[in-house]
Design a protein around this ligand. Sequence first.
Ligand code: DAH
Length: 412
Amino acid sequence: MAQRCSKRRCVTFGVGCPADPHAPPIFIIPTGPFERIDLPSRGAGRPGRSPMSTLENLQSQILAAVAEASDEAALEAVRVAALGKKGSISALLATLGKMSPEERKTEGAAINLAKTVVSDALAARRDILKNAALDARLASETIDVTLPLRETPAEQGRIHPLSQVMDELTTIFADMGFAIAEGPDIETDDYNFTKLNFPEGHPAREMHDTFYFNPKPDGSRLLLRTHTSPVQVRTMLSQKPPIRVICPGRTYRSDSDQTHTPMFHQVEGLVIDKGSHLGHLKWILHEFCKAFFEVDNINMRFRPSFFPFTEPSLEVDIQCRRDKGEIRFGEGEDWLEILGCGMVHPNVLTACGIDPEVYQGFAWGMGIDRIAMLKYGMSDLRQLFEGDVRFLNHYGFKPLDVPTLAGGLSNP
Ligand code: DAH
């Protein structure tokens, strides 16, 4: 039974019409406007109508359907109905075989021409519909660049200010040609004290409030390192000069108040060579402070001090002014102590297998927490280790803002 789409003038007979999804996809001989089509092979033309005018009629109906097809699926349905295996033009072409040679000559040319006209019209309409579909997609898929983006999970966490400061200072010293050395948090008494020229029972040992482990059967005791200086020892024992290392890491002392926590961080520096002297040390520390505090104007003062492992020993202060809670460097009456340093004591070199007659060097030790607090304006050291997310949100850094000298340390 011939069925057609319920839409007026729809010619999508033969397949399910996209305008009428309930119509089953069966091929039909056109009814309605197509009733007037007389297929020449059946000789069923109406009296007074020539096969040619029938063909023209069919062609113009198909062209109208092509022009009306509103999307590619509808157009495909028109194509199948006209040029498909059982399509109306194909049906006409099939009649050629039964025609006389003369008839075939004229009718054949006309039918083929109609086929070409329809094919061209289909192709042209397909292009138009394709472009329209693309335009519609482009219009609907535009990105509103003014919409604020939600942060990706990788951006949501925060880098702890201490990790940031460690990255900053390793970046600066790496640029000066320093390697990075690390050592264990649990140390021997020998590396933490004895090889660093703290004699047994010497009061210098009491400068450090040490966390000791229970004694071993042989009486020796391990401890939590009280400074990063034992990494100097480990480096000198394992490397030949010239040596140029920094040793950042955790350190421990039994001490707790607003400016002390039982666990804190230091960075040690060590340079051993034949001609290294205090002038080099001064230059390195000055360059470091300028780069780290991101100010050109840094004034430093070197004061005599005492450490068992250096001779002479010095403490370094930087000049600053405290201005309404802010610290300005390079001006003012205040001096802030930031580190201890000195020429490595010959006893230390000897204890670490380096001939003090040939080599000399200098070292320094700096509190990382302290310089982080100074740079980023934190007032209570304890906050650094409390793990309060509000503190991290305020003082933390974005994970992808990696500090570089070229791009900026604190503001990449
Ligand atoms: N180890 C010292 C401390 O913890 C800091 C220090 C001072 C390290 C002078 C050094 C140095 O290497 O030369 O207080």
